[in-house]
Write a protein that binds this ligand. Sequence first.
Ligand SMILES: C[S@@+](CC[C@H](N)C(=O)[O-])C[C@H]1O[C@@H](n2cnc3c(N)ncnc32)[C@H](O)[C@@H]1O
Length: 232
Amino acid sequence: MSIKNKIQEIFDSVASHYDIMNDLMSLGMHRVWKNTMVNSIRFTKNAKVLDIAGGTGDIAERIARIEPSSKITVCDINQNMLNYGRDKVINANQLKLKWVCADAEHLPFRDSVFDYCTIAFGIRNIADRKKALTEIYRVLKPAGQFTCLEFAPMHYQHKAFITLYDLYSFKVIPEIGNIIAKDRSAYEYLVSSIRKFPIQIDFKKEIENAGFINVRFNNMSYGIVALYYGKK
Ligand SMILES: C[S@@+](CC[C@H](N)C(=O)[O-])C[C@H]1O[C@@H](n2cnc3c(N)ncnc32)[C@H](O)[C@@H]1O
């Protein structure tokens, strides 16, 4: 099975429990990381924003709250994730988000149309990162801003910290996945994909190689996650 099909299968399987699983697995920390990401961007009025791999709309919902004039498109390859997101957001009375089911490797948008592109915990799951970064660059307007939130492999931490983190990642998280989402292997896969993701300076280079300038990153929570920024 291709990586893309495997990822589709995983998110089809976990979509209905995705939000609750995020709270349980990260002990609520994903909310802090996502708030930090969105609050760190200075959105201009009426900006066109594309949230890629937007899943159930967590990032889009936050952007709509802090900058209600923004025109936000949520794009994800998985229709089930988008459906859950749309229901959640309709309940929150935020009806003006656009939901587009599409592959980040082949974005169905014209060149240079968005002021901002965001992606949270998505780039790691995209089969061809290089293609996706090139597409993000293409659809951003000149001087448009790219912001990416992603887990980082914990390569430089103290050994005891890594041991505890690994224990939590490989034993506790799959067990929670088994009990709540009834899918242990999906969470085993998602956890192991973090270890395969490039370290911060290498991913920064990948962003630069796609053409972005002023690329930088900030670590959060002792480098468990990192926030990357780039400008077209
Ligand atoms: C871990 S979820 C993140 C969802 C949301 N951004 C969040 O932070 O809660 C990863 C998402 O990436 C999406 N995804 C994976 N490959 C993709 C691709 N090639 N194009 C667009 N979305 C993709 C999955 O369908 C899934 O919804």
